[in-house]
Design a protein around this ligand. Structure first.
Ligand SMILES: [Zn+2]
Length: 293
């Protein structure tokens, strides 16, 4: 609770023991889809206890837990991704069942460089209807090579339509980039988060996506396309179409101050400037190493 109000963190990622990533590593290495993941109960409890302790320290009542973006392996072949997305979502669902008053699920979608959009729609529907999730992470550049269609492209429209039908929120959250210019930069996904989200924000602003899908709800992580807020690029969103600013897009910080590209204070001031409430501030900050994952 904060000032008597329930705190809902919209930008959290699941915590798991090492068995989780070992499973996907085996799938990749063996080129074999496998949804039968085995995580010892005690190890999972230990990971979750730590996660809940961090939430308590930050007065977070309820958190939307999503996949660890760098572990989504969207750059992999669709057949592995589809199995891995279902496996990840089943693990998230298990954590939500264990702590129904603390967690709400956000799904991993089996995206790939060419989007794999029908499979994404199928898994989104399963996650919402069967697992009780409320939305999904969306990676704007799943191939990690900056060759995916922009988020204003009609290739994305089936997912937007399905999200509208299911009343599911889409949370824009990049993963890794394989841009060779960044090879020397440790944890370059943090740079990628800011640049890809800024581009996604601009493309959604300067398109007819929200005219076509007026009920679509988009959350932009890491201060909501932070570069967009620091420099003027084209017309401001409110001038382009006020409904996009007020109804369709919500900005959320990163896992708060430790890993967000800009400070929460900057986000608050940016939101105040736009006369919008800080409705979706994330407050979870794990250690640097864990946030990196
Ligand atoms: Zn994140």
């Amino acid at each position: 609770m904060y000032n008597g109000k329930k705190v809902i963190d919209v930008h959290g990622h699941l915590s798991t023991p090492v068995h989780f990533r070992a499973h996907v590593m085996n799938m990749i290495a063996l080129r074999t889809p496998n949804e039968n993941i085995n995580i010892p109960e005690a190890a999972m409890k230990q990971a979750l206890d730590r996660h809940l302790r961090v939430m308590d320290e930050r007065d977070i009542d309820l958190q939307m837990i999503s996949p660890r973006p760098v572990a989504m392996v969207h750059w992999e072949r669709p057949i592995l991704q589809e199995a891995w997305a279902r496996t990840t979502n089943n693990v998230i669902h298990g954590q939500c069942v264990m702590h129904p008053d603390r967690f709400v699920g956000i799904a991993q979608l089996p995206q790939s460089g060419d989007l794999n959009i029908e499979a994404c729609c199928t898994e989104l529907e399963r996650a919402i209807d069967k697992l009780g999730f409320v939305g999904a992470l969306v990676n704007p550049d799943p191939g990690g090579d900056r060759q995916s269609p922009g988020m204003d492209d009609k290739a994305w429209f089936p997912l937007y339509k399905r999200a509208e039908q299911l009343a599911a929120t889409l949370i824009v959250h990049p993963s890794i980039t394989r841009d060779p210019r960044l090879d020397r930069i440790p944890h370059s996904y943090q740079y990628n988060n800011i640049t890809e989200e800024t581009l996604a924000t601009l493309l959604l602003e300067h398109s007819d996506v929200f005219e076509k899908f007026p009920k679509l709800k988009i959350v932009i992580c890491h201060c909501g396309g932070a570069l967009r807020r620091l420099i003027e690029i084209g017309e401001p969103i409110d001038a382009v179409n006020p409904s996009r600013a007020n109804d369709n897009m919500i900005t959320a910080s990163g896992e708060a101050s430790g890993v967000c590209g800009v400070s929460p204070a900057m986000t608050f001031s940016s939101q105040n400037r736009r006369q919008r409430p800080p409705a979706a501030m994330s407050t979870l900050r794990l250690s640097r190493a864990r946030a990196a994952a």
